[in-house]
Design a protein around this ligand. Structure first.
Ligand code: CA2
Length: 141
């Protein structure tokens, strides 16, 4: 099984500010964490991070025919992007939405998720562990 892990805008800045929300670990730490979890699960994993909506759409389209599952934290685009929703629907690859923080406990504008309609599950508020849980869900799907 091949899984593509997509992270959206500012996830590359993890550990730099707002440690009370996102923790003190960096994006590089996140990659290492996911690689170890993927090894334990026996899945292949690849990573894509971008601050640009269109680049994320391109990455989802390019996953077609190559990847069996997508783990996606669209970050702020979660709450705005019909384009990412449509891209996930267009490729039909099973996808799991992940959020490091528990967005249910946060601002009103974070209560909408456009991408959720194209995902088989959502994991939120579990920190980095949420990415491992998302891969487990894909293995069982
Ligand atoms: O909780 C999550 O994983 C989020 O997807 C993170 C996004 C936020 O817009 C979503 O509502 C929830 C933010 C990405 C990281 O933003 C940073 C902000 C300050 C310092 C470092 C990262």
């Amino acid at each position: 099984m091949k899984i593509l892990v997509i992270n959206g805008p500012n996830i590359n800045m993890l550990g730099v500010r707002e440690p009370e929300i996102y923790g003190t670990s960096t994006y590089s730490d996140l990659i290492v964490f996911i690689e170890k979890a993927a090894f334990r699960l026996g899945v292949e994993v690849a990573f894509f991070q971008s601050n640009h909506e269109g680049a994320i759409v391109d990455a989802i389209q390019e996953a077609y025919g190559t990847y069996d599952g997508i783990v996606i934290n669209p970050a702020a685009y979660t709450h705005t992007s019909v384009a990412i929703l449509d891209a996930l629907k267009s490729v039909g690859i099973p996808a799991v939405e992940v959020h490091i923080s528990d967005v249910r406990e946060r601002e009103d504008f974070r209560q909408i998720s456009y991408v959720r309609a194209a995902c088989v599950a959502t994991v939120m508020g579990k920190g980095f562990d949420g990415y491992a849980e998302a891969m487990e869900v894909l293995c069982e799907t």
